[in-house]
Write a protein that binds this ligand. Structure first.
Ligand code: FE2
Length: 154
């Protein structure tokens, strides 16, 4: 059945592509944050272990919202971790960084998400796709707030 939500095929495709990029980076940062939750060591173990859990839980929830927005636009969401990672600019670490390096890697990750969300926001704005504009705005807001909270630990 054809989709009639006031967005033409090109608008739905370019919005979906911006969402795929955001989804890829959100997935890459989710995996990184969950790994840090498991592997962090040092005197701040308890506070960092718990802070990372709050953050990966939020990222995991966001994945579902972003993927489902792609579906609502009439496109399929990536169905494997390889496909998700192919769209990500955030790359996995080699080995286990120390606690401060974990924090700064996560700051960089949230900053990358903020940039991806803002680039996507511009595309969605050009498409008059206000639902995606709203999603991108909320993701940038949370990414910047999370980056601040991480930075405050350094
Ligand atoms: Fe856990």
């Amino acid at each position: 059945m054809p989709i009639d939500i006031g967005l033409n095929e090109k608008a739905r495709e370019t919005s979906a592509q911006a969402l795929r990029v955001l989804l890829g980076d959100t997935y890459a940062l989710y995996v990184k944050t969950h790994g840090y939750h498991w592997n962090v060591t040092g005197q701040r173990f308890n506070s960092l272990h718990n802070m990372f859990m709050t953050q990966y839980t939020e990222l995991w929830t966001a994945l579902d919202e972003i993927a489902e927005r792609i579906r609502a636009l009439g496109h399929f969401a990536p169905g494997s971790s390889a496909e998700l990672m192919a769209n990500a600019t955030i790359k996995p670490d080699n080995g286990v960084p120390d606690a401060d390096a974990m924090i700064s890697n996560l700051v960089k990750g949230h900053e990358a998400i903020s940039r991806a969300a803002k680039a996507g926001l511009k595309i969605a704005e050009d498409n008059n796709d206000i639902v995606t504009v709203d999603l991108m705005t909320r993701r940038a807001d949370i990414a910047e707030k999370t980056a601040w909270m991480l930075r405050a630990n350094l």
